[in-house]
Design a binder for this molecule. Structure first.
Ligand SMILES: [Mg+2]
Length: 210
């Protein structure tokens, strides 16, 4: 498989795509449970269980169970949830930057125009990118705050594609969840790359040789 030589822009998801941290994923889940405990008027242990059950129901119903979607379904407010996560999480304490990933991203930035498209806020995404040492590699970071419509969302994707200003076929989307990050871009004619490990991510360089 190769994407060359047509690709000139790459749109990356952030969480689980450009860094891999079980501890941070757990921290996100726990913080969401604390936020939803307040909303639901229960203890956070109980709200954690309710969130897990709702995710399972989304799966069974074939719906995309992002954290945002599940919390909103249970009566949470997407803005409050995201600013609570931004205030609560300390990604710098748990994410271990991978020098190989940093090298790859900086190299790709020399050959392609790079973007981030994330369901995080700009505050949180900015801190993670800075911690990973790759802030400068990206022309623009698209966040949930622009429309408060988390991925997957066609209207927000249209905004992203207009801003990228390259034909869909020349814009590669990279993410760790096919239904969240890649399904809609692929339906628009973009090449996509599913990537869930550093090893898979590092393979990108070979795929993009031109
Ligand atoms: Mg992700």
């Amino acid at each position: 498989m190769t994407f060359s030589p047509r690709v000139d822009s790459i749109v990356f998801d952030l969480d689980g795509t450009l860094y891999f941290s079980e501890e941070h994923s757990n921290a996100i889940r726990e913080a969401a449970a604390v936020y939803m405990a307040e909303v639901l008027g229960v203890e956070s242990e109980e709200s954690g269980k309710i969130l897990t059950a709702m995710r399972k129901r989304f799966d069974e119903e074939g719906r995309v169970g992002t954290l945002s979607a599940v919390c909103v379904e249970l009566g949470g407010d997407i803005r409050e949830l995201n600013y609570f996560l931004e205030k609560t999480l300390i990604p710098e304490a748990v994410i271990l930057p991978d020098p190989m990933v940093r090298k790859l991203v900086l190299e790709l930035a020399r050959r392609f125009t790079l973007y981030i498209y994330t369901n995080n806020t700009i505050g949180l995404a900015g801190r993670i990118l800075s911690h990973l040492g790759i802030t400068e590699a990206f022309r623009r970071v698209f966040t949930v705050e622009e429309r408060w419509r988390p991925k997957p969302d066609m209207e927000m994707l249209d905004d992203v594609m207009i801003a990228v200003a390259s034909p869909p076929g020349k814009t590669l989307f990279v993410g760790d969840r096919y239904d969240v990050d890649l399904l809609l871009p692929e339906s628009k004619g973009s090449p996509v790359y599913l990537c869930r490990t550093a090893e898979q991510l590092l393979r990108l360089e070979k795929l993009l040789i031109r």
